[in-house]
Design a protein around this ligand. Structure first.
Ligand code: S6P
Ligand code: ZN
Length: 184
């Protein structure tokens, strides 16, 4: 096999504060209307004006295949729906497989939960890495006043199962409190 048979290396520039990725192959944009089921306060969902963007993600041009490492930056805007902070939908990987998270800017947490209901919450300030083991669903939450930006690296064959979280939710919620946030 010659080197021309091999996929070429890929280099991208990640903006460590605003999460931009150059070049990127895919942008995910989720507005409140895409995830109304995620928030507990349905009156606050109904009262929200202009269907705000909750988060965006930029993905590098890496094939979704086994043996590949796909990576994304995610930018969660600051804000709340009722007392509940803006957050991602959250998912299990279809193929139980680990994921690497790295806080880049802002103030956020990652909520992780097994299918049997065990929960862990980790803070992800800039420079803090979290290893999400296989079998743990994960959701990220912006608990600060600035955008919360992080990097995620996952196996190309992981797949994303949103349906089970849409149906069952997470066992805990991250709410505003006088101390900043509380997990209830
Ligand atoms: C992918 C990884 C993240 C999320 C992103 C958006 O495995 O966990 O890149 O895709 O933070 O969250 P969600 O729950 O909408 O995919
Ligand atoms: Zn994931």
């Amino acid at each position: 096999m010659t080197s021309t048979d091999l996929q070429l290396p890929l280099a991208t520039s990640l903006h460590m504060v605003n999460g931009d990725m150059d070049p990127h192959a895919l942008v995910v944009e989720r507005r409140l209307s895409h995830m109304t089921e995620a928030y507990a306060d349905s009156a606050a969902v109904a009262a929200a004006a202009d269907d705000p963007v909750i988060y965006r993600a930029f993905e590098a041009d890496v094939p979704h295949e086994a043996s590949q490492l796909v990576y994304r930056t995610t930018i969660i805007e600051p804000g709340r729906v009722g007392a509940e902070f803006y957050m991602t939908k959250g998912h299990h990987h279809v193929v139980d497989s680990a994921e690497f998270y790295l806080g880049m800017s802002g103030t956020g947490v990652i909520v992780m939960q097994t299918r049997t209901g065990e929960v862990r919450v980790e803070e992800m300030p800039p420079g803090r890495a979290v290893h999400v083991p296989p079998g743990w669903a994960h959701r990220s939450v912006n608990v600060g006043a600035e955008p919360f930006v992080f990097l995620a690296v996952f196996f190309g064959n992981a797949g994303h199962d949103y349906a089970s979280i849409e149906r069952d939710g997470f066992a805990v919620r991250v709410l505003a409190s006088p101390e900043g946030y509380r997990v209830v």
